[in-house]
Design a protein around this ligand. Structure first.
Ligand SMILES: Nc1ncnc2c1ncn2[C@@H]1O[C@H](COP(=O)(O)OP(=O)(O)OP(=O)(O)O)[C@@H](O)[C@H]1O
Length: 546
């Protein structure tokens, strides 16, 4: 399933299909002696096929027998409490009520309530996907609660209702008038990458902080319910819990980001049982590497064309939207490889790792040939070390947004073009480049499908230990030993990169021991090509907004 995307999706939608769910429910109640029935059925076939024999063999395995017997036991069990029979002489005008009895366990009930301020009636405001109330299938948003454990609740404050239910032991009984027209849930599967951090505990506007779900930039969220325009329900992937949590919808989060403070009046909801701020995301575009990376064979940019001139749609949407829609993508073997992008604070070892990867197998890994306006040296050949072009041609390329990055060094222009990267990819090799973080949006495109690896410095202590025999190149010195201030600068630059770009990283390597980092890099690069990854939906469906 982890390898076959189409298969997994088909299986997921099949298992979620309403007809199958209702069939299964009926099966549980109507065919309790499932095991015996199935086995007899197979054995009684006059001429068993090989498949039937194999199935028979599988079903006789002890673990399957145990599973089916557990199923039968549960299906046959009578659950407490036994409710009194419905009175036969119900008046015609009596509203249909439902008695819902739930067995309390350590889990929260997974519902919030609200009070109609005019009538004083108490309603279920929201049922949390996968929570106890939801799994019971008996309580729904909009149901009016009449009684809790026999106490009439009309006119009570929501907090008092909670106290009543909190006092109950073992089971909790609700008498409700079910909502007549339940909203139709035709949810489509939606996965997003969070572009900002969120903490419900610090959000005064959330209907119930305990029902909220915190997330960090870069987390992948499965949106399971978008019925409410303001508060969605989501699970963080990989999900270990069945119960979803409340998160602000795209529009709400955008508004929070714009206004910094959510100032909408809100209808207070109260959690039925104790469960579960918004850090405003900011984007700045600072260059974090040294002005010139002299140690690199090719010089680089510090100047970037502004993001919106370069990639109007993808960039804008990623920066403006607090969630980026993502899909699971697996490269087909005949497709070109994904571009491998390395970035990190200056001196951390980005260039070293890239160089070692290419050296490891130059038939598989290759860097793009950069462009320059400087004159070729005696041994240099155009198209090998650089493409040597005139300043006029270079500027024309800049004008037409053909560079991923470009910059000036000692009066000469240097740049890496999109075409150079594509050329490597089209030759069947894996193109590996390193970039400044502010060039990220230029590589996160449908055609390059960049897999971004962030090289993170280890702790100061580990930097001191591991870089004893290493050399740094600064604006003023080529290859001088590292000093403590270099490490501190590196840490500071790393903090800035992380606070602005963390959400775009597909993989993070802490560059501690160089050998380990090389192995980790190679593994990550091969995974990027061969295993399913979350990518922006706009790469796969170029017309969709991400
Ligand atoms: N894990 C490591 N342990 C020890 N030395 C390392 C490690 N990683 C890199 N180095 C060394 O640190 C020095 C700086 O590395 P490198 O030139 O790759 O930095 P960089 O990230 O490309 O920085 P810049 O952008 O400034 O060029 C080099 O001498 C390199 O060999």
């Amino acid at each position: 399933v982890s390898q076959d995307i189409d298969g997994a999706e088909i299986l997921h939608s099949l298992l979620n299909a309403a007809w199958l769910q209702s069939l299964l429910k009926r099966l549980v109640f109507s065919v309790p002696h499932y095991t015996g029935w199935l086995l007899i059925d197979i054995r009684s076939l006059p001429s068993c096929s090989e498949e039937a024999k194999e199935l028979y063999h599988l079903l006789r395995q002890p673990h399957l027998q145990a599973l089916l017997s557990a199923h039968d036991t549960i299906a046959l069990k009578d659950y407490e409490p036994v409710l009194p029979p419905m009175p036969e002489d119900l008046p015609d005008d009596e509203e249909a009520t439902r008695i819902v009895c739930l067995v309390k366990n350590k889990q929260p009930l997974g519902a919030t309530i609200k009070r109609n301020e005019i009538t004083g009636e108490i309603f279920i405001a929201r049922v949390i996907h996968g929570g106890l109330a939801d799994r019971s299938g008996l309580l729904h948003a909009g149901d009016r609660i009449i009684e809790v454990n026999g106490f009439p609740v009309d006119g009570m404050e929501p907090e008092q209702v909670i106290q009543v239910q909190a006092r109950s032991h073992g089971t909790i009984m609700f008498k409700v008038i079910p909502i007549t027209e339940r909203p139709v849930h035709n949810q489509t599967m939606l996965y997003v990458r969070a572009m900002t951090d969120y903490s419900p505990q610090q959000d005064p506007a959330i209907p119930c902080a305990d029902a909220g779900m915190s997330f960090r930039r870069g987390d992948i969220l499965e949106i399971v319910d978008q019925t409410d325009a303001l508060w969605w329900q989501a699970k963080k992937l990989p999900s270990s819990t069945a119960c979803a949590g409340l998160i602000p919808s795209t529009n709400l989060l955008k508004r929070k980001q714009r206004e910094f403070w959510w100032s909408q009046p809100y209808q207070p909801h109260t959690c039925i049982q104790t469960w579960l701020s918004t850090d405003i995301c900011s984007f700045s575009s600072a260059g974090f590497r040294r002005s010139m990376r002299l140690c690199r064979r090719r010089a680089h940019s510090t100047t970037q064309p502004s993001c919106n001139t370069r990639c109007p749609s993808s960039c804008y949407s990623a920066l403006n939207s607090p969630y980026e829609e993502v899909v699971r993508y697996q490269r087909h073997s005949e497709d070109v490889h994904r571009l491998i992008v390395l970035l990190g604070p200056s001196g951390v070892g980005v260039n070293e790792l890239r160089r070692r990867l290419v050296e490891m197998n130059p038939n598989i890994f290759q860097g793009p040939v950069p462009y320059t306006t400087r004159a070729p040296r005696g041994y240099e050949e155009s198209g090998r070390e650089y493409f040597f072009i005139s300043r006029e041609v270079f500027e024309n390329m800049v004008y037409h947004n053909r560079f991923l990055e470009y910059g000036e060094h000692k009066g000469n222009m240097y740049g890496t073009s999109i075409e150079s990267a594509k050329e490597v990819l089209n030759s069947g090799k894996i193109c590996v480049i390193d970039i400044e973080p502010n060039a990220l949006q230029a590589v996160r495109t449908h055609e390059l499908r960049a897999f971004v690896i962030y090289v993170k410095p280890p702790t100061l202590e580990r930097l001191r230990e591991t870089r004893q025999d290493s050399y740094i190149t600064t604006n003023y010195y080529v290859n001088r030993p590292f000093k403590d201030e270099d490490f501190q600068e590196m840490e500071e630059a790393a903090r800035k990169i992380e606070s602005n770009y963390w959400q775009f990283f597909d993989h993070v390597i802490i560059n501690n021991e160089l050998q380990d980092s090389c192995v980790e890099l190679l593994t990550a690069v091969m995974r990027a090509q061969d295993e399913p990854q979350w990518v922006p939906a706009s790469w796969i469906r170029p017309t969709s907004e991400s």
